[in-house]
Ligand binder design. Structure first.
Ligand code: SF4
Ligand code: SF4
Length: 161
């Protein structure tokens, strides 16, 4: 985290976030780090840190947070949502922060739509791959699934372009 400039902190930021549907519980965070420890994105990219994002939001680092690229890294997998001991619902908080980033001029609406499509495609592929692996384990023919996955990927990539 970069140096904090106290005069640039926005004390209303956390209330604004908490007032939005989906983010009502985010002030419950007690910074335990379970979200970061269980996040598959954090595992491959340390710059993405859900615990830190909540911390920045609570401190009032509006500009820094809403203009950060890392807002768009979350894969919306809901692992942190399920494991958070405080029921902060981080996945939904991310959605709210993205909406605010668009509204406050830090990202385009097209960027948000594209990210949602990428999340959806990633989820479909993950399900398809899991289904494929299960079929193979049972010794069943999974070749049709491979073709379906290829088609899904090609169509998804075309849509995201
Ligand atoms: S798991 Fe929940 S309480 Fe712990 S740091 Fe993450 S959001 Fe906060
Ligand atoms: S929903 Fe986002 S932040 Fe939470 S574990 Fe999944 S990728 Fe990480």
């Amino acid at each position: 985290m970069e140096n904090i400039v106290v005069t640039q902190l926005d004390k209303d930021f956390k209330y604004e976030i908490a007032s939005r549907p989906g983010a009502g519980f985010f002030k419950r965070c007690f910074s335990c780090g379970t979200c970061t420890a269980s996040c598959p994105v954090s595992e491959i990219d340390e710059s993405f840190n859900p615990r830190l994002i909540i911390h920045q939001a609570l401190l009032g680092m509006r500009e820094e947070l809403l203009s950060s690229n890392t807002l768009w890294f979350c894969a919306q997998c809901y692992t942190c949502y399920a494991r958070c001991p405080q029921d902060v619902r981080f996945t939904d908080v991310m959605t709210v922060l993205r909406e605010m980033a668009v509204e406050q001029g830090h990202a385009s609406k097209a960027m948000k739509i594209k990210t949602e499509k990428i999340d959806l495609l990633a989820q479909k592929l993950r399900h398809g791959i899991a289904e494929y692996a299960l079929k193979r384990e049972k010794g069943e023919d999974a070749s049709i699934l491979v073709e379906e996955l290829k088609k899904e990927l090609a169509e998804g990539l075309e849509e995201i372009k």
